[in-house]
Design a protein around this ligand. Structure first.
Ligand code: ADP
Ligand code: MG
Length: 619
C-alpha cells in the first residue's frame, strides 16, 4: 500500500456504518448473502456483456464465486470473476455515491424498526455491501475491471469515517473481498458455517459457489421455481417468498406450477397474507417477475394475470419466450396471452381448493382480499363469472359466518327463483331493516351486503346460475309465496280504507316536499313504515357506488310506505287531529325510517322529540 489520501465516506454512509457497527447484532450472517449477491450481479453483467463483446479481460474465465477461510487469521475471502471495478469505480460505488437508500434505511432505524428486520432488508436499500461491517474489523476489496486496459486497485476501510483506494496487484478479472473478522464474529471463520449460510440464503444464485477446496458447488443454483415441486419444502418456499417480497409474514398460499407441454413454463406464485406491502418492500409495483430461460426480462409484469389478481406475487419463467423480447411485444404476443390463461387458471384453482379444503384460510383470504375480487366482478369485462364462486357474504340466516352463492342456492326454498339481498351500512341496522319483514316472517334467506364495495360488485353480479339477484328494498318486487306457519299470531285488523285515506293525508300534509308520496304496503309486518325509491332500487344502489367513488349524487326523494296493520297507526288514527302528538309521531316515524336506511343526516336531533314522546307516554 502506498500512502494514498483517505477519502471521506458520504455522510449518510457514515451514519449507516455507525448503526451497523454499534447497533445491529442479530442476523449478522446476512452479510454473506449481500456480498454473494453483489458478486452474482457482477457475474450477470459479465455474462450479458460477453453475449456481444468478447474483447474483455479473461474471456474464458469460468463465471463463478469462491470462498476461502483462513481459520487462524480469521480472514474470509470472497472472489468472483465478474465485471470488476476500476479505481474510480471503487471510490464511487463503495463510499462516495449519494445513496437515497441509505437515507431511507436510517429513517427506518430511527423509527425503531426491529433489528433483525433491519439487517435482513439492507440489500433492498441498495447499501448491502456495508453490512459486512457488522462482522468485519477491516475490509479490503481488490478488483480489476473487465476492460482490457484497466488496472487493478484496492479499497480498504475499517468502518471509521474514511477509506483509501490505491493501485494494487491482481492478474485476473474480477473482485476479491477480504474480511478480517471481529473478535465477536469469529463463528464465521469456519467453512461449514459458510456452507450453511449459503444454503440458507444463496441457494439459487445463478453461478456456482465453491467453499474452500470443494470440488462440488455448495448452492443448488437452480432457481427454486425450476425445481421439481416434490423437492422443495415448505421452509424453502417461504424463504424464497420473503426474499422476493420482503414480507415478514409467510404467504397464505402458493402455487408452484411446472409444465412441459404445450408450453414449457415454470411458475411460482404466492398469495400474501395481507394486501398491504411492508414499508420496506421494494416491490412497490404490481406484477410478476418474468424470466425467459432464466434471464430476467421484466421486473413487474402486469399482463400475466387479470387486474383483480394483482396482489399475487411471484415468478414466471418460460423456455418459449425469445430472449430478445421487447417490453412492447411482451404485452401483445399470443404466447403471453396463453401464459396468462394458464396462470389465471392456476390461481382460480388454488383459491377453489383453499375454499374447499381449508375454509379458515379461505376466510382469511376473503377478509383480506375481498375488495379485489369485488372490483374484478364489477369491472372485468370477460370471465367475471369465474370470480362468482369466490364471493362470500353474511345472510339473515347466517349473520356470523361466510356464505357463498352456491351455499345459498343449495338451500333455496322450493319455488323461490331469486337470490334476495339487501344493501345497508352495517350489519346491525340491516338486521332491523323493515324491508326484511316479509322475508324473515316467511323464512326466506336474504343476503346482507354492508361493505361499500358491494354495490359496486352488484354492477357485475346480476345472476348466478338460474337465479337472478333481487334487492328486497325494491317497491315493485314480486313477493315470493307466503309460508303458512303453524302457531302464527293472528294478523291485526287493518285500518279501513276511509281511515287510511285520512291518515295518509295527515302524513302528506306534515311531510310535504320531503317525500314524493305516502302510500300503504302489504310488505311490512313488524315495522310501521319504510322508505322506498320511486323508481326501483337502481338509484339507491348507484348512490352507494357514487359514495364509494366520492362523487356527489343527489339522494333521490323517497316514497314513505305505511303498514296499515300496525298498532301505532291504528292509535294514531284515533288521536284527535289537533293533538300535538300527531306531528311528533309522524315526524318520528319518518325519521326512524330515514335512520334505518342510513340516510338520517343528524340522528341526535331526534332526542328532544323522543323525550317529548316519553313524557306524553308517562302522563
Ligand atoms: P447494490 O448491490 O444494491 O448496488 P451494494 O451496497 O451491495 O448495493 O453495492 C454497491 C455497489 O458496489 C454495487 O452496485 C456495485 O457497483 C459495486 N460492487 C459491489 N460488489 C461488487 C463486486 N463483487 N463486483 C463488482 N462490483 C461490485
Ligand atoms: Mg448489493
Amino acid at each position: 500500500m502506498t500512502d494514498s489520501k483517505p477519502i471521506a465516506f458520504k455522510a449518510e454512509i457514515k451514519q449507516l456504518l455507525d448503526i451497523l457497527i454499534h447497533s445491529l447484532y442479530t442476523d449478522r450472517e446476512i452479510f454473506l448473502r449481500e456480498l454473494i449477491s453483489n458478486a452474482s450481479d457482477a457475474l450477470t453483467q459479465m455474462d450479458f456483456l460477453m453475449l456481444t463483446d468478447r474483447d474483455v479481460l479473461d474471456p474464458d474465465a469460468a463465471l463463478e464465486i469462491r470462498l476461502h477461510v483462513d481459520e487462524e487469521r480469521k480472514i474470509i475471502t470472497i472472489s468472483d470473476t465478474g465485471v470488476g471495478m476500476a479505481r474510480d469505480e471503487l471510490t464511487t460505488n463503495l463510499g462516495t455515491i449519494a445513496q437515497s437508500g441509505a437515507r431511507a434505511f436510517l429513517d427506518a432505524a430511527e423509527e425503531g424498526v426491529d433489528q433483525r428486520r433491519l439487517a435482513d432488508v439492507i440489500g433492498q436499500f441498495g447499501v448491502g455491501f456495508y453490512s459486512v461491517f457488522m462482522v468485519a474489523e477491516w475490509v479490503r476489496v481488490t478488483s480489476r475491471s473487465f476492460k482490457p486496459k484497466a488496472k487493478a486497485a484496492a479499497w480498504y476501510a475499517t468502518g471509521e469515517d474514511t477509506f483509501t483506494v490505491d493501485v494494487a496487484e491482481k492478474e485476473n478479472r474480477g473482485t476479491i473481498i477480504e474480511i478480517k473478522l471481529k473478535e465477536d464474529a469469529e463463528e464465521f471463520a469456519h467453512e461449514s458455517r459458510l456452507r450453511q449460510i449459503i444454503k440458507k440464503h444463496s441457494d439459487y444464485v445463478r453461478f456456482p459457489i465453491y467453499v474452500g477446496d470443494d470440488k462440488e458447488q455448495t448452492n443448488r443454483q437452480t432457481a427454486i421455481w425450476r425445481q421439481d415441486p416434490r423437492e422443495v419444502n415448505e421452509a424453502e418456499y417461504n424463504e424464497f417468498y420473503k426474499h422476493l417480497t420482503l414480507d415478514f409474514e409467510d404467504p397464505l398460499a402458493r402455487v408452484h406450477f411446472v409444465a412441459d407441454a404445450p408450453l414449457r413454463i415454470f411458475s411460482l406464485l404466492y398469495i400474501p397474507a395481507k394486501p398491504e406491502r411492508g414499508i420496506f418492500s421494494i416491490r412497490k409495483e404490481d406484477g410478476l417477475k418474468l424470466y425467459a430461460r432464466k434471464v430476467l426480462i421484466q421486473e413487474y409484469t402486469t399482463d400475466l394475470l387479470p387486474p383483480c389478481f394483482r396482489f399475487v406475487q411471484g415468478v414466471v419463467d418460460s423456455e418459449d419466450l425469445p430472449l430478445n423480447i421487447s417490453r412492447e411485444s411482451i404485452q401483445t404476443t399470443a404466447l403471453m396471452a396463453r401464459i396468462k390463461r394458464i396462470l389465471t387458471g392456476q390461481i382460480n384453482k388454488q383459491l377453489r381448493t383453499l375454499a374447499e379444503k381449508e375454509p379458515d384460510k379461505y376466510a382469511r383470504f376473503w377478509s383480506a382480499f375481498n375488495p379485489f375480487i369485488k372490483e374484478g366482478i364489477a369491472s372485468q369485462e370477460s370471465d367475471r363469472e369465474e370470480l362468482y364462486p369466490f364471493v362470500r357474504f353474511h345472510t339473515t340466516v347466517h349473520p356470523e359466518s361466510w356464505v357463498s352463492l352456491q351455499d345459498y342456492v343449495e338451500r333455496i326454498k322450493i319455488g323461490q327463483d331469486k337470490i334476495y339481498y339487501l344493501l345497508g351500512d352495517d350489519e346491525r341496522s340491516v338486521a332491523r331493516s323493515p324491508h326484511l319483514d316479509y322475508f324473515l316472517k316467511h323464512g326466506y334467506e336474504v343476503i346482507t351486503l354492508t361493505d361499500p364495495m358491494d354495490s359496486f360488485m352488484l354492477l357485475g353480479l346480476r345472476e348466478f346460475g338460474d337465479y337472478k339477484l333481487q334487492n328486497v328494498a325494491a317497491p315493485d318486487l314480486e313477493l315470493p309465496a307466503a309460508e303458512v306457519t303453524s302457531g302464527e299470531q293472528p294478523t291485526p285488523e287493518a285500518l279501513s280504507p276511509r281511515e287510511l285515506e285520512k291518515i295518509i293525508a295527515r302524513f302528506k300534509w306534515h311531510l310535504g316536499e320531503r317525500v314524493t308520496d305516502v302510500r300503504t304496503t302489504d310488505r311490512l309486518t313488524d315495522s310501521v313504515a319504510r322508505l322506498v325509491d320511486p323508481e326501483g332500487t337502481l338509484g339507491q344502489e348507484m348512490q352507494r357506488v357514487y359514495r364509494l367513488v366520492d362523487r356527489e349524487y343527489e339522494v333521490p326523494k323517497k316514497v314513505l310506505e305505511l303498514n296499515p296493520r300496525h298498532p301505532i297507526l291504528t292509535s294514531l288514527c284515533a288521536l284527535p287531529p289537533d293533538d300535538k302528538l300527531n306531528i311528533a309521531i309522524i315526524e318520528q316515524i319518518y325519521e326512524s325510517a330515514l335512520l334505518i336506511e342510513g340516510l338520517h343526516p343528524d340522528p341526535a336531533s331526534m332526542l328532544p322529540r323522543i323525550e317529548a314522546l316519553m313524557e306524553a307516554a308517562l302522563r
